[in-house]
Ligand binder design. Structure first.
Ligand code: TK8
Length: 348
C-alpha cells in the first residue's frame, strides 16, 4: 500500500516538474527578447590603483548600488592593482567586450578620443570647485563623453584622480628651472610628454604598474600623481622629494564596454549611470580628505615636501603653454575654446 502511494506520488511529482520546466523555458525565451532582463550578467571592472584608494572604495559603492537596484540581474566583480592589465589594455578589452568596465584618467583616453587631451592642458583648472562645475555641469564635458561610443566605450560619469604633484629622488623642485634633466615617468599621453620636455625634463611614458620598480631601480628619477596615489602606492619608500606643482588636474572617467551597454535594458542603463554618479560624489569626497591627510602623513614619513608658490606655478604655466599650441588643432579648436570658456564661467 505504502509502495503504491509512493509511486503515484512520484509520478505526480515528475509530471508537475516537467510541466514547470516547460513553463520556465517559455518564460526564459520571452525574457531574452527583452534586452538584459532575465539573464544575469557580470560586469568585470578593473582599475590600476590598489584596494585602499578612494577609487576602489567608490567602485565597491557602485557595485553595491547596481546589485541592489537591479535585484542582482547585474553583478559587479572588482579587480584592482592592474590585475586585469594597464589602462590601455583594459580600454582595448572594453572595445572587444572581454572586459566590461574600467576607470582610467582622461590622459590615456586621449589615445582613443583625441579631444580628451583638452584636460591635459597644464594649469587648466584653478581649483577642485571649478573642476566640479566644468566636469559635472558643462555641455562640453558631456559632449566629450558622447564621443566615446564611436570607440566602443560608454562614459558613465566623471570621477576624480585629482591635482598631480611631482615626486623625484634627486632634487627639491621649487621652480621651473629645477625640472632640468629629471627623468620623469608620464602617463602615455603626447601632451604630457611635450609639456615636460618644454620644462627641460627628460620624460618617458610608462604603464602605471611599472612605475614603482622603475623608481626603485633608478631607471627614472621621478613621477607625478596626486598625493593619495603617492601615499597609498608607497612611492615615498623610493622617492625623497615631493613638490606641490598641481600642474594638471586629472579627471577619471567611468568607462563601460559599449557591448554591455547595448545589451542592457533602458532601466538598467539608467541604474548604471545613476550609480556611477552617486559613487562619484562619494569618491570625490573621500579623495579630497585623502589628499589633505596623506600630505601630512608623507611629511611624517620623512619625505621632503616643497610647497610650490603661485609665482613659480605661473612661470611653469608660461613655459608649458608653448607645448600646448601645436596640440590645439589635434584636440579641436572648438573644444579647447569651449572648455576654457567653461572654466572662465565657473571661476566667476
Ligand atoms: C592607474 C592610473 C593612474 C594614473 C597614472 O591605472 O597612470 O599615473 O594617474 O591613476 O590611471
Amino acid at each position: 500500500m505504502f509502495k503504491k502511494l509512493l509511486s503515484i506520488f512520484m509520478v505526480v511529482a515528475l509530471f508537475t516538474s516537467v510541466l514547470a520546466a516547460c513553463g520556465n523555458t517559455e518564460d526564459k525565451a520571452a525574457d531574452s527578447e527583452k534586452k538584459g532582463s532575465g539573464k544575469a550578467r557580470v560586469i568585470r571592472a578593473g582599475i590600476g590603483l590598489n584596494d585602499k584608494h578612494p577609487q576602489y572604495l567608490a567602485l565597491l559603492k557602485f557595485k553595491e548600488i547596481v546589485e541592489k537596484e537591479t535585484n542582482g540581474s547585474i553583478t559587479v566583480e572588482t579587480y584592482h592593482s592592474s590585475q586585469l592589465g594597464d589602462d590601455r589594455a583594459m580600454m582595448e578589452a572594453l572595445q572587444l567586450g572581454t572586459q566590461q568596465m574600467t576607470i582610467p584618467s582622461t590622459a590615456p583616453i586621449a589615445n582613443f578620443v583625441p579631444e580628451f587631451s583638452v584636460y591635459d592642458i597644464p594649469f587648466l583648472f584653478p581649483s577642485e570647485e571649478v573642476a566640479d562645475k566644468v566636469l559635472l555641469e558643462s555641455d562640453v564635458a558631456k559632449e566629450l563623453l558622447e564621443k566615446l561610443p564611436a570607440q566602443g566605450m560608454v562614459g558613465l560619469a566623471y570621477w576624480e584622480n585629482g591635482f598631480r604633484d611631482l615626486t623625484n629622488d634627486k632634487v627639491a623642485v621649487a621652480t621651473a628651472a629645477d625640472f632640468k634633466n629629471l627623468k620623469i615617468r608620464t602617463m602615455e599621453n603626447q601632451l604630457h610628454l611635450a609639456a615636460f620636455r618644454e620644462l627641460g625634463a627628460n620624460p618617458t611614458p610608462m604603464a602605471f604598474a611599472e612605475v614603482f620598480t622603475a623608481m626603485q631601480q633608478g631607471t627614472i628619477d621621478g613621477q607625478e600623481n596626486p598625493v593619495a596615489t603617492i601615499y597609498l602606492q608607497k612611492f615615498n619608500e623610493v622617492q625623497k622629494y615631493l613638490s606641490t606643482t598641481h600642474h594638471v588636474y586629472s579627471p577619471f572617467v567611468v568607462l563601460l564596454s559599449k557591448m554591455f551597454w547595448d545589451d542592457s535594458s533602458k532601466e538598467e542603463q539608467d541604474i548604471l549611470v545613476k550609480a556611477a554618479q552617486e559613487a562619484g560624489d562619494y569618491e570625490r569626497q573621500l579623495n579630497r580628505e585623502a589628499n589633505t591627510k596623506y600630505l601630512e602623513d608623507l611629511k611624517a614619513t620623512g619625505m621632503t615636501v616643497t610647497e610650490v608658490t603661485p609665482e613659480a606655478r605661473a612661470e611653469m604655466k608660461t613655459i608649458t603653454d608653448k607645448a600646448v599650441e601645436p596640440f590645439v588643432d589635434k584636440i579641436g579648436k572648438d573644444t579647447v575654446e569651449k572648455v576654457k570658456k567653461a572654466v572662465e564661467d565657473a571661476s566667476k
